[in-house]
Design a protein. Structure first.
Length: 77
């Protein structure tokens, strides 16, 4: 039974290692596309890509809050 357990452990490690490599490649590819999009369409002069991402997130939250207040006012009427 020890050999079977060892074989299963080796298979498990190989599968997990393969999954992690795929995951890293997919996430890495997504981040490259995301950064190029932010650079081309969202970044303002003198702003880094990371600063642009932070600004966009902040603007999105502010817009969501504004929309929430508008909806609440409409429901009060």
């Amino acid at each position: 039974m020890g050999k079977l357990k060892d074989a299963n452990k080796k298979i498990e490690e190989t599968v997990v290692e393969g999954y992690k490599k795929v995951e890293e490649n997919v996430v890495g590819g997504y981040k490259k596309v995301e950064n190029k999009f932010v650079d081309k369409f969202l970044r303002k002069d003198g702003e880094t890509i990371e600063e642009a991402k932070e600004r966009v997130i902040k603007e999105q939250k502010e817009l969501e809050e504004k929309n929430k207040r508008i909806i609440e006012r409409q429901q009060e009427k």
